[in-house]
Design a protein around this ligand. Structure first.
Ligand SMILES: *Cc1c(COP(=O)(O)O)cnc(C)c1O
Length: 391
């Protein structure tokens, strides 16, 4: 038999669970795109997006997924033949670097593998060696969704400043925005990219580039008319926001999502994600006491509060995912970028998630472990409940 019939829970690291208020806001007739409500609503999104990113500076919105924002960030700031330093801690920063290479940018990569965060000393050494300041941008992913590592972005700014190096600091916050604490201006980030389908709880298809005055002055020769962030961030006419037709229903959904975030308060949103993540980690510490399961990132201080990557032994990742999906209606994330992929799985706990959902995920995983005869320590749900109980 199957117990999967009921509300499906998509616990993957994006797209995330959509709140009913977001779905309902989108369920409406096409609006007038020339004037009125849509224009006011779009104007209202910009300060609220800046507040979530903790920046006073600019935001450009693109109709496209996170990869679109990646390309926008690169082309607006870089020129063909420029050099960038890519700090890889998993699949995502490598992908961003590959995109830069294809644009004709010279990519220098420090690869920290799949289980570590960025080593700031190595970055300092690379910057010190760059005496002629050939490096135009340092590219890092705040939370790498493939490994669930969280990097010290504020620390990178300190390293750049200590080296007196003018490179832009660029951060990918696609997984972390609205989940893990991020402070664009206080941390000295010049360019930040994000997208709407993770912590921002809106269907995939809209992405953002936040940038400061220094980045705005860059004028990379790679940028084309469509990707130019200038008119998007300071449009003379409404159509310039999107260089064409607005993504009408996404904007209604995003408005509802930002209302939810601001209603809770961003500090409380971060605290909720942190507490739920601690409950997940507590369960895995116990499961890992017997058998093959282990959290990918050993140091809790370096784990994301939005996504968790787990090693579970060859084949077991796929077996567990299939069991949870077909028997219990819970979809877990694949072991993206891992070798072998089927020895890993990921839990997305970003955005519209709460205590009962996380206890449900953990309880379902426990049932799967029992059903599949995968050895595991006993008492994991107790450990998670202890954490939830202290909220
Ligand atoms: C999801 C994600 C991306 C890719 O976003 P798409 O919308 O799939 O293009 C890039 N970087 C990180 C850190 C992500 O989590």
């Amino acid at each position: 038999m199957t117990l999967a019939n009921g509300r499906q829970y998509l616990a993957i690291p994006g797209p995330s669970v959509m709140p009913d208020a977001v779905l309902q806001a989108m369920h409406r007739a096409s609006p007038n795109i020339y004037e009125g409500e849509l224009h006011d609503l779009t104007a209202s999104l910009l300060p609220d997006l800046r507040a979530v990113a903790r920046t006073q500076h600019y935001v450009a919105i693109y109709i496209g997924n996170g990869h679109a924002a990646w390309e926008a960030a690169l082309t607006n700031t870089l020129s063909r033949g420029d050099t960038v330093l890519v700090l890889a801690t998993g699949r995502f920063c490598i992908g961003w670097g590959e995109m830069a290479a294809k644009l004709g940018v010279n990519v220098q990569t420090i690869d920290y593998g799949n289980q570590s965060d960025i080593d700031l000393d190595q970055v300092a050494a690379a910057l010190a060696a760059d005496k002629g300041h050939a490096i135009k941008a340092v590219m890092a992913v705040h939370v790498d969704t493939s490994t669930s590592v969280r990097n010290d972005i504020a620390g990178l700014r300190k390293v750049l400043d200590a080296a007196n190096h003018p490179a832009f600091l660029m951060a990918d916050c696609i997984a972390s925005l609205g989940c893990d604490r991020f402070e664009m201006d206080a941390w000295g980030v010049d360019v930040m990219v994000s997208a709407c389908q993770k912590g921002l709880m809106t269907p995939p298809g809209v992405s953002f580039v936040f940038f400061n005055d220094r980045a705005r002055a860059a004028q990379g020769d790679l940028v084309s008319h469509y990707w130019d962030w200038g008119p998007r961030a300071a449009p003379a006419g409404y159509w310039q926001h999107f260089d064409g037709t607005a993504p009408t229903h996404h904007l209604f959904g995003l408005r509802a999502a930002l209302d939810i975030l601001h209603g809770e308060g961003i500090e409380a949103v971060w605290a909720r994600h942190a507490k739920l993540a601690q409950a997940i980690w507590a369960a895995f510490e116990v499961w890992g006491q017997e058998g093959p399961m282990a959290l990918n990132i050993a140091d809790p201080a370096k784990r994301s509060c939005a996504v968790t990557s787990v090693g579970i032994g060859p084949g077991n990742g796929d077996r567990l995912r299939h069991w949870c999906e077909h028997k219990a209606g819970l979809t877990l994330g694949i072991g993206l970028g891992r070798d072998p992929e089927d020895a890993w799985f990921r839990i997305g706990h970003m955005g519209h998630v709460n205590g009962h959902m996380i206890m449900g995920v953990l309880g379902t995983i426990e049932a799967g472990l029992v059903a599949l005869d995968i050895p595991h320590g006993r008492g994991a749900l107790d450990a998670a409940a202890q954490v939830i109980a202290t909220a």
